[in-house]
Design a binder for this molecule. Structure first.
Ligand SMILES: C[S@@+](CC[C@H](N)C(=O)[O-])C[C@H]1O[C@@H](n2cnc3c(N)ncnc32)[C@H](O)[C@@H]1O
Length: 525
């Protein structure tokens, strides 16, 4: 998205007394003052909404965020408290308080919804559905475990509806969020809301104290604005973060802290006036999967640079190999059209490509972490797909993380060739990640960790004479850079995330690498 002129959003008069302002808050660059005293006296009030962005609005995007000053990579942009925390609507039975898996051995003594332990009964989060379910007169009975259970679809909508009477300020905030009601009606998404939420709540739970329109609205709000929190398996709605615009190459990264607040940081340097973006899809999906996801769940067509470029920024992430001349064929503009090789003018029927993708897609789905099968997959798909095709990149990424994890001695237990493969694949995937997930992002951090650790292991295997000579320095330096960046990016993740432990390991090994660099410095080649 192009930069915006944000000056319209910034006041030119002192926020305290209304006289002409000649200075701005240096943190947000938005709020203005006529003198230092007024700025100081206003700080207590201002600090809660002092943020380095402003909210703007246009006809295509609705509301979106724009940087109010230059931002450095890694800088904190926004930390937002959830208005609602709920369970994913499509889920197997889980504890309604903490989302841990359950087998039916505990349930809420008041309403019967499953819990993982008696302690979870007291968790306040569970109150809305607990109260609604009591109307039933008898306890909720869950009999199907370990498979998707539609009964759970009502939990998070009930938590939203509960705000209307119990926390009206939060309800008002919720009601300002986009719900795409018309588009959801056309796509028949509201029919599912009716069957799985409204009819279930009225018929089974016997709870009647709501209007159907509110259910359609909150189901839309959840679908369009909900943030999936990985651990625990929750979905959260956030008043400020919900305004972030989508891009398939976003300029921020997101994480969650222990309190389930969402934390948004600049992933790359962001210029004043630039739109601030996140990705609503998986950046490592190909264009047609990303577009399908955005169209069917967020109700818009993405027109970012990556989506408009059939080569996906030169990566050929969705290209296939022409069976006639071996050139790469990029996808047609319209998904259902035939593909066309511009090198030999051969037309490839759309059905052929659909079948090719389906066949290999099924094989990919069944690899299930098997290293030998994954390597075979890469060999066999060489003649059908581009080197970076998303199927191949998916498998390469899995292999980078798998190789060395399946034996007790980890990297030390690998052969030299296995180490070489891990390093080579890691570097290939990192190049793709640099295009789609640039800067301080979790994906790049994890890849740099794997690369840094592999280089360190390769160094350790060299004969002592080489290990301690100047010739060892370039490989050590590369390892040090990778581990330093991995540590920087991953250490902002919170302790409950696996990445936090990875960051600690990166920091420990980085010290060993630094020591080895000192040792080989000053030595003859
Ligand atoms: C989570 S909301 C973002 C905030 C929303 N614009 C608002 O006014 O509250 C997601 C919706 O914003 C719009 N949107 C976000 N990113 C967009 C993009 N890159 N292109 C077009 N529309 C976008 C779409 O309507 C999408 O369903």
């Amino acid at each position: 998205m192009p930069s915006s002129n944000i000056m319209d959003e910034q006041q030119t008069t002192c926020i305290v007394c209304g006289s002409a302002a000649n200075q701005r808050c240096s943190r947000c660059h938005v709020t203005s003052y006529c003198n230092r005293e007024h700025q100081k006296s206003h700080w207590k009030q201002h600090k809660t909404d002092c943020r380095p962005y402003v909210v703007q609005e246009n006809l295509i995007l609705g509301k979106y965020l724009v940087a109010s000053r230059d931002l450095a990579a890694g800088e904190l942009l926004l930390k937002d408290v959830p208005i609602v925390l709920g369970l994913r609507q499509i889920t197997m039975p889980v504890c309604v308080s903490c989302s841990a898996s359950v087998n039916g051995s505990h349930c809420c003594s008041e309403c019967g919804w499953p819990l993982c332990s008696p302690e979870c009964q007291r968790v306040i989060l569970h109150k809305p559905e607990c109260q609604a379910s009591k109307c039933r007169g008898s306890k909720v009975v869950i009999s199907k475990f370990f498979q998707i259970n539609e009964m759970y679809e009502c939990i998070t909508p009930l938590r939203c509806l509960w705000l209307k009477q119990n926390e009206p300020k939060k309800w008002d905030q919720l009601m300002t969020m986009e719900s795409h009601l018309d588009a959801r009606q056309k796509s028949k998404a509201t029919e599912l809301d009716k069957t799985n939420v409204i009819d279930f709540v009225r018929g089974y739970l016997k709870y009647q104290d709501f209007v159907d329109e509110d259910v359609y609205k909150v189901c839309g709000i959840l679908e369009v604005n909900g943030f999936e929190i990985p651990a625990p398996n929750f979905v959260g709605l956030y008043a400020n973060a919900c305004r972030l615009e989508h891009s398939c190459v976003p300029n921020t990264s997101r994480s969650f802290d222990e309190q389930m607040n969402v934390v948004i940081r600049a992933a790359v340097p962001i210029k004043k006036g630039d739109h601030i973006t996140i990705s609503y899809t998986d950046q490592m999906w190909g264009t047609s999967s990303r577009q399908l996801h955005l169209n069917t769940t967020k109700y818009f067509t993405c027109e970012c640079d990556r989506c408009l470029d059939p080569t996906e920024l030169g990566t050929h992430y969705s290209s296939i190999v022409c069976q006639n001349c071996s050139a790469l064929i990029t996808p047609p503009k319209i998904r259902t059209d035939n593909w066309f090789c511009t090198s030999c003018n051969k037309t490839v029927p759309a059905e052929y490509v659909t079948k090719l993708l389906k066949t290999w897609g099924e094989i990919l789905a069944n690899l299930r972490g098997n290293i030998a099968d994954s390597e075979d997959f890469l060999k066999s798909t060489e003649t059908d797909f581009s080197e970076n095709h998303h199927y191949r990149t998916d498998v390469k990424l899995a292999l980078v993380q798998l190789i060395g994890k399946q034996n007790e001695n980890q990297l030390a237990g690998l052969t030299d060739d296995q180490l070489k493969t891990k390093l080579h694949l890691g570097k290939e995937v990192l190049e793709v990640a640099d295009c789609f997930s640039p800067g301080c992002t979790r994906l790049r951090g994890l890849l740099q960790f794997e690369i840094g650790m592999t280089l360190w292991e390769q160094h350790r295997r060299q004969p002592k004479t080489i290990r301690t000579s100047k010739a060892a320095a370039p490989m050590l330096k590369e390892s040090e850079i990778c581990l330093t960046e991995a540590h920087q990016v991953l250490s902002v993740e919170f302790s409950m995330q696996d990445e936090h432990q990875v960051a600690q390991q990166a920091a420990e090994v980085k010290l060993l690498v630094a020591k080895a660099i000192t040792k080989c410095k000053g030595k003859k080649k």
